[in-house]
Design a protein around this ligand. Structure first.
Ligand code: AMP
Length: 431
């Protein structure tokens, strides 16, 4: 199937042809006709499947009537979880709309709101924003009476980041008649609840199995001791001649420590995480895109919105705290059908955490050992007994029960509990 067959207009066709897109991806094939036909949509699409073009192209096409208007009215708002992703969407839109007269603006935190308001004065058709900053603009008088398109990109991530309140506040302020397009990589209860609130008779598009990772990604886990992870990472990058690697850590502190370690090994690396200013993050990202930084160490905040062409390797130096984030992390590689490799370094503590991830992605990840980095069999987990952990994995409620018992150990029993326990005591075998 070609893009022409989807009914796209010439200015868009020539823009995407110049970007090297030959055939629409699955999500584009399904979503473009629906958006053109004015339907609300609920799409579960993995990161890297081409979902930006899936909503951007038909929106641009439907906005072409407004191109000639002298006075621009805000017609579309795209909410995304992070500054980086918002900027990425903005850049994609600029490329898709390069043969059209459509103005877009990015409204994200970290920038002076007054200067954003001044920039908006000249009139824009499309705004790409993070939810908090968008609400701030609305509360400061941004006119949203003419909105026709409301896009929630990476809705699951926005909810995980606590943006539910902002989205719920903005939604009733939009004009009654508008079209809503909701995209989410995962299909959680929270997303389902939000979809009920914001969507009207939506068309459902499911381009992949729930929470599954892209097929073209080869996923492997190497077992290694905690204190040898940095050494193994440097060894893998060096010995396998990886040209460019994105490395994920769980925390900002471990990202900073790891970068220092890797620098000692002579690797050109840098770090992006929430403590870095937006200007610094963008500069680092640019250096990574250009190739002057070979290893980019990032926390999960950066796992969305990074669009680096043909990034072949993603390494999970530490597994994410939230299993679903694994999907987003590894989605950085294998984009738009290209092959990629996702490697996770697992220490004795993460050996069981990966089972949660395997449940989410619905498949087992191969576990291997790199010669010279075999885990020391004498090292035991300090926090818990491994046997019990194994048992807990078979009985997922055991962990909750143990946590409950621990939290309630010193709590005085309620009258009701005392009654129950007296009753129980009467009937126990020992009595
Ligand atoms: P996205 O999922 O929107 O972040 O897109 C992932 C990557 O795929 C981006 O680099 C896009 O430029 C690229 N892309 C999107 N659609 C296509 C297509 N039809 N053919 C080739 N590349 C595409």
């Amino acid at each position: 199937m070609s893009f022409e067959k989807l009914g796209l207009i010439k200015p868009l066709l020539s823009a995407i042809a110049s970007m090297g897109y030959e055939h629409p991806t699955l999500i584009q094939k399904r979503a473009i006709p629906l958006v053109l036909a004015k339907s609300d949509i609920f799409a579960t699409a993995q990161t890297g499947t081409g979902k930006t073009a899936a909503f951007a192209l038909p929106i641009l096409q439907r906005l072409r009537k407004t191109e000639a208007n002298e006075k621009r009215l805000l017609k579309a708002v795209i909410l995304s979880p992070t500054r980086e992703l918002s900027i990425q969407i903005f850049e994609d839109l600029q490329n898709y709309a390069k043969n059209m007269k459509i103005e877009s603006a990015v409204l994200v935190g970290g920038k002076d709101i007054a200067s954003q308001q001044r920039a908006m004065k000249k009139g824009v058709d499309i705004v790409i924003a993070t939810p908090g900053r968008f609400l701030e603009h609305v509360e400061n008088g941004l006119n949203i009476e003419n909105i026709e398109f409301f896009v929630l990109d990476e809705a699951d991530r926005m909810l995980d980041m606590g943006f539910s309140k902002e989205i719920r506040k903005v939604h009733p302020l939009l004009p009654k008649r508008h079209q809503t397009l909701l995209f989410s990589a995962t299909y959680s209860d929270k997303v389902r609840k939000l979809s009920k609130l914001v969507l009207t008779k939506p068309a459902f598009i499911e381009t992949s199995k729930k929470n599954s990772t892209v097929d073209t990604i080869n996923q492997v886990a190497y077992m290694v001791d905690t204190n040898r992870k940095a050494e193994l990472l440097a060894y893998l990058i060096g010995s396998r001649n990886y040209p460019q690697v994105l490395v994920f850590t769980k925390t900002k502190a471990s990202a900073d420590t790891l970068v220092e370690e890797l620098k000692k090994d002579g690797l050109k690396c840098d770090v992006i995480h929430g403590d870095k200013t937006q200007a610094k993050r963008l500069k680092t990202l640019q250096k990574f895109k250009e190739g002057s930084v070979k290893v980019l160490v990032a926390t999960d905040i950066a796992s969305r919105g990074l669009d680096i062409e043909e990034l072949p390797y993603v390494i999970n130096y530490e597994l994410p705290s939230v299993a679903e984030d694994y999907v987003h992390r590894v989605g950085r590689t294998g984009r738009a059908g290209r092959e990629g490799e996702a490697i996770s370094l697992l220490d004795i503590y993460e050996k069981y955490d990966i089972k949660e991830i395997e449940k989410v992605i619905g498949m087992k990840i191969k576990k291997e050992v790199v010669e010279g980095f075999e885990p020391d069999p004498n090292i035991r987990r300090k926090d818990v007994d491994e046997k019990r952990l194994k048992g807990e994995h078979k009985n997922p409620h055991a962990k909750k029960e143990r946590a409950y018992n621990k939290n309630n150990a010193n709590r005085p029993a309620t009258k009701k509990q005392m009654k129950v326990s007296k009753k129980k005591r009467k009937t126990t075998k020992r009595d």
